[in-house]
Design a protein around this ligand. Structure first.
Ligand code: ARG
Length: 591
């Protein structure tokens, strides 16, 4: 029935929280706003604990009619008032009133089996929004796409995938820098070098970054060129045909280069660059001006933000628009035209103040609620630097920036060499070898990035990320492949088994693995709502460790518990694959 379904809704932690909510209401009747504090246990007394007793005690002590004496008594009462539930095997009170819950292993087994039958989608987070924008990757035309953009691409892709898994429609936006003043010099340089510029393609231009550098050199030393370049910006922005054409040409060449990287990474994005928002800027600034938000300051038009001593410049003193004018307008567009409820920006932490400022301006304008817990909401997902092994900003030689394509090539080459060393060249077809090398190599690069808390800097180290031991994609991919091969070698059809067989969690290591599997739902929800991919990586690594413990201590094939244990293997593989999918890593099935 609907009511029973409602009661059953949510992940493990939320289900327990609902039970404790009822208990807390019964323990202190009429007390408003007691939020159940439920967390997975780290100690051995139980699987979950409720930590409300102490806080509740300090709230109610000394009140007339309160008979409790101290937090442990409050804990006892919370335990006593907990409704009957098939989820719970037993409870106990520890220390200053912590209520420990031991889950019923039958209930756990039943729910894992239910997932196997109904699909992992039934463990997806439930969010209250329908549509989100994830603004990520967003490199700049003709400038280099550097490792910072790689981080943004990898992190943004994972966040978008987690939201999509949660049934949110995600607009994956590539906010490319295609409208800066750099186009003046690029266009003039193009005209100069290629009088028939319309026929020019990337092979003629060669490396667009080198082209950028060359034109920049001209710009810096040649006053006449500089003057022409500055005029070209104006002519482009006023829509002169020849300038628009040259601009489109340069963008197209850049785009093709970016797309190659996206294709290799298996990342899907939709380009809506800075230029797209340009026509909307005047209207947005006029509206902000009419609201009295825009002021004159040193010839520029600005918005002052409380608590920040520099204002947000929305029109430069020369009358031109800047990064902030575009971002204000894009935010307006995403909220009002695209009706997105959560707008997420993935860039390096260095841009934090920029985002902080225009989010606050948007709040002043009434586009966003003042309370950050409410939707619509804008979030900046910042990340740290990628460092080289010398601890400095990652570069190939001392001055060169790292080309992404080269990085991916090297990751693949190295993982292929490792596979050949393991004798796979003789065992597999060339295609299998190629595909596995790619999945492992690219997976290693992605995972090495995602497993760190994104705010910290991390060191790019091929040896480390391609190690088959420790917390790496290689280790995890191999672990998954091994599970698949155990199932294959059993000769059993898990599709049939899950319908007819039954999972039991009698062995301590079976139970521990089962509990960890069930926690997938709450972990992915936490990773998604807090925008922290590393939380999911940590879960995946621990899953693999739990599985290894189970597999070393519990015989699978040929044992009396074979059916149940094969189903646990299958459930582990299913959850691992979903994690890989969300992290943008292609699973491998053979190793
Ligand atoms: N193009 C910018 C950069 O390379 C990133 C843009 C991020 N998105 C945004 N809406 N500001 O730094």
């Amino acid at each position: 029935t609907m009511a029973a379904e409602q009661e059953n809704a949510g992940n493990l932690k939320q289900k327990l929280a609902k039970l404790f909510q009822l208990s807390l209401e019964a323990t202190v009747p009429g007390e408003p706003d007691i939020e159940p504090l439920v967390a997975a246990c780290t100690a051995k007394f139980g699987d979950y604990q409720c930590n409300n007793a102490m806080g509740l005690w300090s709230k109610i002590k000394g009140r007339p009619g309160i008979e409790f004496r101290g937090p442990p008594a409050v804990g006892q009462a919370i335990m006593k008032n907990l409704p009957q539930s098939e989820m719970i095997e037993s409870c106990s009170v520890a220390g200053p009133g912590f209520v420990n819950v031991v889950l019923s292993k039958n209930w756990m087994a039943k729910n894992i089996q239910k997932m196997l039958v109904d699909g992992i989608e039934t463990w997806a987070p439930k969010l209250s929004i329908k549509r989100a924008v994830v603004d990520f990757s967003s490199p700049n035309i003709a400038k280099e796409m550097h490792v910072g953009h790689l981080r943004s691409t990898i992190i943004g892709d994972t966040l978008a995938s987690m939201l999509e898994f949660s049934n949110v429609e995600v607009l994956r936006r590539n906010h490319v820098g295609d409208w800066g003043t750099q186009f003046g010099m690029l266009i003039e340089f193009l005209f100069e070098k290629f009088p028939n510029f319309e026929d020019v393609n990337e092979t003629a231009i060669g490396d667009l970054q080198a082209f950028y550098k060359e034109s920049k050199q001209r710009f810096d030393v040649d006053a006449e060129f500089k003057d022409r370049a500055q005029k070209a910006v104006v002519r482009l922005q006023s829509g002169e045909q020849m300038y628009r054409k040259a601009w489109a040409q340069i963008c197209e060449i850049s785009r093709r280069e970016f797309d190659q990287v996206y294709q290799r990474l298996g990342v899907h994005l939709e380009e809506k660059g800075e230029s797209f928002y340009n026509p909307y800027i005047p209207g947005v600034i006029e509206a902000l001006t009419n609201q009295g938000l825009v002021e004159e300051s040193k010839g520029a038009r600005v918005i002052f933000i409380e608590g920040i001593n520099i204002p947000l410049i929305v029109v430069k003193s020369d009358g031109g628009y800047n990064y902030a004018s575009t971002d204000m307008t894009a935010l307006w567009y995403r909220l009002t035209e695209e009706k997105a409820e959560w707008i997420i920006y993935v860039t390096d932490v260095g841009q934090q103040q920029h985002f902080d400022m225009f989010f606050k301006a948007a709040k002043r304008a009434g586009w966003l609620p003042a309370d950050d817990r409410q939707y619509p909401k804008a979030s900046h997902v910042g990340f740290g630097l990628v460092l080289g092994e010398d601890g400095k900003r990652f570069r190939t030689r001392s001055t060169e920036v790292v080309r992404l394509a080269d990085l991916l090539d090297e990751a693949k080459t190295r993982s292929k060499a490792a596979l050949i060393e393991r004798g796979k060249a003789a065992e597999w077809t060339e295609e299998e070898l190629e595909q596995t090398a790619e999945a492992v190599g690219y997976g290693a690069v992605k995972y090495a990035d995602l497993k760190n808390n994104r705010l910290t800097n991390y060191t790019f180290d091929f040896d480390q990320m391609l190690n088959d031991k420790g917390n790496t994609a290689v280790y995890l991919l191999y672990a998954h492949a091994r599970i698949c091969s155990i199932i294959r070698k059993s000769g059993k059809d898990t599709g049939e088994l899950k319908k007819t067989g039954k999972i039991v969690l009698d062995h301590a290591d079976e139970r521990a693995l089962g509990l960890h599997l069930l926690q997938f739902a709450e972990v992915v929800e936490e990773a998604c709502t807090n925008l922290l991919p590393n939380v999911l990586c940590e879960y995946l690594y621990n899953l693999s460790e739990n599985y290894t413990r189970f597999y070393s201590n519990c015989q699978v094939v040929g044992s009396a518990e074979e059916t149940s244990r094969l189903l646990l293997c299958e459930a582990t593989a299913v959850v691992m694959r979903k994690c890989f999918f969300l992290l943008g890593i292609k699973p491998v099935y053979k190793i």
